[in-house]
Design a protein around this ligand. Sequence first.
Ligand SMILES: NC(=O)c1ccc[n+]([C@@H]2O[C@H](COP(=O)([O-])OP(=O)(O)OC[C@H]3O[C@@H](n4cnc5c(N)ncnc54)[C@H](OP(=O)(O)O)[C@@H]3O)[C@@H](O)[C@H]2O)c1
Length: 356
Amino acid sequence: MSDSIPTTTSGYRIDLKAGSFDGLHLDESMPVPALGADDVLISVQAVSLNYRDIAMPLGLYPASARGDVVPCSDGAGTVLAVGSDVKSLKAGDMVCPTFFQDFEDGYATKESRATSLGGLNDGVLRKHAVFKEKGLIKIPDFLSTVEASTLPCAALTAWNALFGVGGRALEPGHWVLTQGSGGVSIFALLFAKALGAHVVATTGDKGKEQRLKDLGADLVINYRENPTWGRTAMEFIEKQGGTGAQHVIEVGGETTMEQSLKAVAPEGLISIIGFLGGSTAERKTGFWDCFASACLVRGVLVGSKKQFRDMLSFMEDNGVRPVVDERTFKFERAREAYEYLEAQKFFGKVVIEVQD
Ligand SMILES: NC(=O)c1ccc[n+]([C@@H]2O[C@H](COP(=O)([O-])OP(=O)(O)OC[C@H]3O[C@@H](n4cnc5c(N)ncnc54)[C@H](OP(=O)(O)O)[C@@H]3O)[C@@H](O)[C@H]2O)c1
């Protein structure tokens, strides 16, 4: 190996048994495996955090994860070296590892779901990593590495929610309801406005209301001040001549679903994505609410590599750039980024800059 190809690197592991961010620890001599024929070595430049990354150490993650995993699914880096069979990538290319390392197209299967990063398999919060060629996607030059790092989970999930079902893809003039100003919701807002759709956005933070309007939200509702925000959204959309939201980006979960069902249009699609609001011991929304709303309800699991390519083309054609929070974090201070995400004072995406 040449000097530029390390045999060890610095990376984080997270001990999930700790039940807190205390489980995050830096290993400065993490081995870098030798390259196989279809492997690619990357120098990770930036990592962006998702709610999932804090939910795991806090014991709030509903799916399984490995005990001492390298955390985080979303990052971007530069190719340092490729194995002898790698044809589509070369040294110097900017790439993102895909959330599912083996999911080219179609619907996620048990096998493809088992290839997710940062939970079941080692993720990107490390300075160097080796991935299979098929688990990487080349990123066009119009994005910086910081921007690109926000795409694999958050952006692709929003894209899949809006465009992933044949016959139900978002169209110009449709209405979208987004919840809060986190990663998935802001990407949904950006994609919807770029397409010429309308957006009702919610937030629980007064200071973020104007920022959502600046991104093009047609109406912003504060869900803390207005607990019947779903009905308010429906009334507003009806006043504009609509029938409700054709797409609801449901990231709150059990606690927000009731209002989502008030805002959705007949035959509209509620994408079940997240669980930010936790669970409730009170009445759970369910069967009869879906029936009464005459809508479609679909669970979304990030997306495929083909959808990632489609999303990148759309972003380039329409000049869509990720919204990155004004504060970024150094690699050595990754824990502060976790705490910052947990405090929910950020807007858009929180990024850790990995290389100096
Ligand atoms: N199924 C999938 O494939 C998939 C993929 C990605 C994410 N997810 C899930 O989707 C959810 C969102 O993920 P994310 O990474 O975008 O989160 P995030 O960036 O951490 O978003 C946090 C923001 O959400 C808003 N929020 C918090 N509680 C809320 C509530 N009860 N109702 C409405 N908004 C609320 C807050 O914004 P304001 O301050 O503006 O209120 C907060 O700042 C998470 O549960 C995550 O696990 C699922």
